[in-house]
Write a protein that binds this ligand. Structure first.
Ligand code: ZN
Ligand code: ZN
Ligand code: ZN
Length: 144
């Protein structure tokens, strides 16, 4: 929380109660990939006076400051999650096209591919967003 406060301050922003409630909601729901509307519904319980526009702007601000990331899981809404440790790349997401389950893959596994790309294209990779589509273990079971 201290680093978040510092980062906001650096850019001239304050950690207002609304911003804090929005961030707390994301921290408390780590791994759930909440959408803007879902975050708003939870924040509203803590801050009844907050508006959807404020939550929306707060999410954009936290994204700009690299505290959270917007993820697009191809279900038509913007979802957010807390960033992993500073110099880590984003974890991969497995998306079940049958039941919509989202599974996180914590290991990068792309080191070889990344160094090959960096070599061949003279490109420095800072991050990536990897999505795999398919059927989760539950759905695999029910079709066999
Ligand atoms: Zn990587
Ligand atoms: Zn599934
Ligand atoms: Zn995730």
């Amino acid at each position: 929380m201290e680093t978040v406060k510092d980062r906001l301050k650096e850019k001239g922003y304050k950690l207002t109660p609304q911003r804090r409630a929005t961030l707390d909601t994301i921290i408390e729901n780590k791994g759930k990939h909440l959408s803007t509307e879902e975050i708003y519904d939870i924040v509203k319980e803590k801050c009844p006076e907050i508006g959807l526009a404020t939550v929306y702007r707060t999410l954009q601000l936290l994204d700009e400051l690299d505290i959270i990331s917007k993820i697009n899981l191809d279900d038509g809404c913007s979802r957010y999650e807390l960033n992993d440790d500073d110099d880590n790349h984003q974890h991969h997401h497995l998306i079940c096209t049958k039941c919509g389950a989202i599974i996180e893959v914590g290991v990068d596994l792309l080191d070889e591919l990344e160094s090959e790309i960096e070599r061949n294209y003279n490109f420095t990779i800072s991050d990536h967003k990897v999505k795999f589509f398919g059927h989760c273990s539950k759905c695999n079971k029910s079709c066999s």
